[in-house]
Design a protein around this ligand. Structure first.
Ligand SMILES: Nc1nc2c(ncn2[C@@H]2O[C@H](COP(=O)(O)OP(=O)(O)OP(=O)(O)O)[C@@H](O)[C@H]2O)c(=O)[nH]1
Length: 330
């Protein structure tokens, strides 16, 4: 904001000075213009920095800028080219910085200050523009407009980045670098929709760590968390880019495997169990890990996400019932 104010007041200084000199205005008025152009930006910066509410103070500064604009338009006897350029730029700038409420406030203050100054100055009107004033206004039109567009674009880019980041956070598990139920259900829904239009085969894999409660009870919650992190890393390594490994909650994980038959999914499940079986220690504790896995292919009868998840959960239940540390696929 500081640089934009310095640039703005300097670029406004040129056409206003040109008109004041043409109209042979007093030295004190030209001195006041110098103060507005070269001292005010620093005063405004210090006001915001020292304020307990810097944003409110900066909005006040922007309204004061608009008031100053109204004053200088009156002092130029409403010389049309610099007056309209300054008023337009001030209002567009306030709109970019604080939306319509700030622009309306700035417009009202600019108008009131203009009318008060103009009336006390005898309502002077100079409707013609000299060539010097025209050239002195051109940098304001060209340079400031481009600078304002650059600033607006960089704010828009930062907002886009932040909103993408928030979207990503909303779809990820807070503990593990893995999708959460929300993202998983979205992807399953999408996959079911695609499967209705093709003859492909896709699988859903439900994974539950065996006796995970024991790990927590014996080694503590921190070690339990570390085991969950290790398992989620195994799921990432054992799957393809197109698969979606996700955590449903607790020690339950689900992987969506598009374009995968039951047999192919069984190979992936075996790979995951083999990787888990070689875990010997977690956070320097002798932790062993086995898991039960249920796999279900999508069928034409499945109406929605719940149906497919339920089928995979039933398969997992079967694996647990048969004695854990095994795969059940149907
Ligand atoms: N460390 C840790 N533990 C969790 C977290 N979320 C849930 N748990 C615990 O995970 C355990 C889940 O246990 P269950 O799945 O019910 O039972 P289990 O011991 O795995 O037994 P089986 O599933 O029958 O093999 C519970 O003790 C929960 O308190 C977590 O984020 N971190």
């Amino acid at each position: 904001m500081y640089l934009m104010r310095i640039l703005g007041t300097f670029l406004c200084f040129l056409p206003i000075l040109s008109v004041l000199l043409e109209q042979q205005r007093s030295a004190w008025l030209i001195g006041l213009l110098g103060l507005n152009a070269f001292v005010w930006p620093t005063v405004a910066l210090l006001r915001s920095r020292r304020s307990a509410t810097p944003l409110t103070t900066e909005h006040q500064n922007l309204v004061l800028d608009a008031g100053a604009g109204g004053f200088w338009i009156a002092m130029m006897a409403a010389n049309p080219l610099p007056s309209i350029t300054i008023a337009t730029i001030l209002l567009a700038d306030r709109l970019a910085a604080g939306g319509y409420p700030l622009m309306k406030k700035a417009a009202a203050v600019m108008l009131v200050v203009f009318l008060a100054s103009w009336l006390t100055q005898g309502m002077a009107l100079v409707p013609w523009v000299s060539q010097r004033t025209l050239y002195a206004t051109l940098p304001l039109i060209g340079i400031y407009t481009v600078a304002l567009s650059v600033l607006t674009n960089s704010i828009a880019m930062r907002l886009r980045f932040k909103s993408r980041e928030l979207e990503r956070i909303a779809m990820m598990d807070p503990l593990l670098d893995i999708a959460n139920r929300r993202l998983l259900e979205k992807r399953i829904d999408n996959e079911l929709h695609n499967l209705r239009q093709s003859r492909r085969e896709s699988a859903l894999m439900f994974i539950d760590i065996d006796n995970f409660k024991e790990v927590n009870d014996r080694f503590g919650h921190k070690v339990g968390d570390m085991l969950l992190v290790t398992v989620s890393q195994i799921l990432h390594i054992a799957t393809r880019q197109t698969d979606t490994p996700a955590r449903l909650g607790g020690d339950e994980f689900v992987i969506l495997l598009p374009d995968t038959s039951l047999e192919e999914a069984r190979v992936v499940a075996t790979r995951i169990m083999d990787a888990a079986a070689v875990i010997e220690d977690v956070a320097e504790e002798a932790v062993q890990c086995t898991m039960s896995i249920g796999i279900a292919s999508a069928t034409r009868e499945m109406d929605d996400v719940t149906d497919w998840l339920q089928a995979a959960d039933n398969a997992l239940y079967q694996a647990k019932r048969e004695g854990k540390n095994r795969i059940f696929a149907h």
